[in-house]
Design a protein around this ligand. Structure first.
Ligand code: EPU
Length: 338
């Protein structure tokens, strides 16, 4: 275990922001993590931040503390019954690599979540979701290290309080736990989710006559690649904002004023397409220096090269303000700001 000083985080966040960490260490095992947590340096530093794939964060300044890179690896099927498998993945595994592993082994349930950037450890934190499936649908349990108690605990689904892009790890448990491992319940008999967006059209275009988790994954990959920027080419963190949720009464009024409003029923409320709201305010394809709003998906803010995190943040604030002015709807950032 080695704690390094004054390290650039540019290669550790998908926005490609060149912020620096005062200290940086990576852990490949629980023992290495414990060594770091027991070090004098860790005890004296007020701030610590766990880094997975760095795909849901925006650094607006240097990090004044210790950044810990979760490099825990390993995927295995730990049990099975008649209908399902419990598949365990270490938090430092790349999410898409895990999806491909499951597809190759015919573990069904996360094929719609193909190509989501980031690592396994982040999947329960923001309850990642796409194309009609969310992690909470397949989540079984997780193991996490409690920093203060220095103990490993197991948390079941009920303890995680999953919501839309939300969980207890974004609130009460934010500072306390380091996720080590996530266990998912995946099915032997797939249940296909093809109703969302363009999946059916894409499957047709591919000439698919018999559904499989392989071809659903392939369709999702193709749809994502056609409209979402590849972080390896253009820095971004996926959706920058959440889709706002409003009451049916608010929705009625808005729909009268803006008949083209795009929205979806969501529990007892209505979810608005944030991308549509942003596009309607004229931001899609907008660029200011190296900070921009993506030309194919208005929900995604991008770094065309050397944008500072503060510039991307400032652009996000202008977008929030203009959407509020036009629609009286408050956009909320999905990305974590540091
Ligand atoms: N739309 C626009 N303008 C745009 C983009 C989209 O009007 O620039 C419209 C589309 O025509 C469509 C609606 O908005 O009717 C929804 O678009 P899309 O299916 O692309 O999904 P989204 O609501 O914009 C959410 C997730 C994405 C996820 C997709 C697909 C959030 C915050 N985002 O986006 O997740 O991939 O659905 O399921 O919920 C992420 O979290 O990083 C992410 C990319």
């Amino acid at each position: 275990m080695q704690i390094q000083e004054n390290i650039s985080l540019r290669n550790f966040n998908t926005f490609g922001i060149d912020a620096r960490a005062k200290y940086f260490a990576s852990f490949e095992s629980l023992e290495e993590l414990e060594e770091i947590v027991d070090s004098d340096l860790f005890k004296h530093e007020k701030n610590s931040l766990i880094l997975g794939g760095g795909s849901n964060m925006l650094f607006t300044k240097n990090y004044d503390g210790i950044v810990l890179k979760n490099a825990l690896k390993g995927i295995s099927c730990i049990s099975e019954d008649e209908n399902s498998y419990i598949v365990s993945a270490a938090a430092g595994e790349v999410w898409h690599k895990f999806v491909l592993h499951c597809i190759a082994h015919q573990y069904a349930g996360i094929e719609n979540l193909s190509l989501i950037p980031g690592n396994v450890g982040a999947s329960p934190i923001q309850n990642i979701g796409a194309y009609g499936v969310e992690i909470k649908d397949v989540f079984y349990s997780l193991e996490a290290y409690h920093k203060k108690d220095k103990k490993v605990v197991e948390l079941k689904k009920e303890a995680c309080a999953f919501g839309y892009r939300d969980s207890i790890f974004k609130h009460q448990f934010k500072e306390d736990y380091i996720i080590l491992k996530v266990n998912y319940r995946l099915q032997k008999q797939p249940v296909f989710h093809t109703q969302y967006g363009n999946i059916e059209a894409e499957l047709q275009r591919m000439g698919v006559t018999e559904l499989s988790i392989q071809n659903i994954s392939q369709a999702v990959i193709q749809i994502r690649q056609s409209k979402l920027p590849d972080p390896a080419v253009i820095g971004n963190a996926g959706s920058f904002f959440k889709n706002p949720i409003i009451t049916p009464v608010q929705w009625e009024a808005l729909k009268q004023q803006f008949p083209h409003l795009i929205s979806f029923p969501f529990q007892d409320a209505v979810k608005l397409s944030a991308a549509w709201l942003i596009e309607s305010c004229g931001w899609k394809g907008y660029r200011e220096g190296d900070a921009g709003c993506h030309e194919k998906q208005a929900l995604v803010l991008v770094n065309y090269g050397r944008a500072h995190g503060r510039e991307i943040f400032a652009l996000s604030q202008k977008i929030i303000d203009s959407v509020y002015q036009k629609f009286h709807v408050e956009l909320e950032r999905e990305v974590n700001i540091y």
